[in-house]
Design a protein around this ligand. Structure first.
Ligand code: 5RP
Length: 251
């Protein structure tokens, strides 16, 4: 072989760069490996959880999973699960959930989460708060050192009644952190309305919000607040898909 051929054949193949959606799918499929026949499953919401729900539907169709009951965390996931033929129930009929799988917007080193940038935080917290195991699936872009420090929104679901008043109280609560509270909109100046008929106030922080439990308690004490997107001490497993592979962390 010529010297050109020799040098070409000794080159290793170029690294495969996976898209963010491919990483989400890898994490989701890994999580579904924890699912066993007969389980009651919390079905998460968002572009990562969607892959997990698709996979559960596929395994049911192939007969590799049987007797699954899904508890969806949003109307959108409910529709997806129905289209896949996944049998569904709700918390009234199935108050104990074996395993929930869901994405997150931020994951800190202690497995605390920010959720709700998709707007489904209330139902997610209700479902994921009563599951025996809560598997969180993310691509590596979701890892942060402190919740609220990514410069992205910390969502709070509020009742529509006098939402400006509630937004102002939320902003004042975190004045020392340079907090800005904004109503989430959907299109032309229309408020985004959650599945529960509420609004979302997104909080943006310039500084670390300090003790998360204190921040959580202070938010929940405000009348008008329904729930916030900090999921503290809830995840039992976090699956992170990155360019270098998948890592699984258990509590
Ligand atoms: C929806 C959520 C989602 O899980 C979170 O926003 C992550 O979404 P995605 O998987 O699309 O990145 O909390 O309320």
């Amino acid at each position: 072989p010529s010297s050109m051929e020799t040098s070409l054949s000794s080159l290793s193949p170029p690294p495969v760069i996976l898209t963010q959606d491919e990483l989400k799918k890898i994490a989701a499929y890994k999580a579904v490996e924890f699912v066993e026949s007969g389980m009651v499953l919390g079905l998460g919401t968002g572009s990562t959880a969607k892959h997990a729900v698709d996979r559960i539907g596929e395994l049911l169709r192939q007969g590799k999973l049987k007797n699954i009951v899904g508890i969806p965390t949003s109307k959108k996931t409910h529709e997806q699960a129905v289209s896949l033929g996944i049998p569904l129930s709700d918390l009234d009929s199935c108050p104990v959930i074996d395993l929930a799988i869901d994405g997150a917007d931020e994951v800190d080193p202690y497995m605390n989460l920010v959720k709700g940038r998709g707007g489904s935080l209330l139902r997610e917290k209700m479902v994921e708060g009563v599951c025996k195991k809560f598997v969180v699936i993310v691509d590596e872009s979701k890892l942060v050192s402190h919740l609220g420090g990514s410069g992205l929104a910390m969502p709070v679901e509020v009742v529509p009644f006098c939402w400006k008043f509630t937004a102002k109280r939320l902003q004042d609560l975190f004045e020392d952190c340079g907090c800005v509270a904004k109503l989430r909109t959907a299109g032309e100046r229309q408020p985004f309305v959650t599945d529960n008929g509420n609004y979302i106030i997104d909080l943006y922080f310039k500084k670390d919000i300090g003790d998360l439990k204190v921040a959580s308690d202070n938010i929940l004490r405000l009348a008008g607040v329904v729930e916030h997107g900090m999921f503290l001490d809830m995840a039992t497993t976090v699956i992170v898909a990155g360019e270098l592979g998948v890592t699984i962390k258990h509590k």
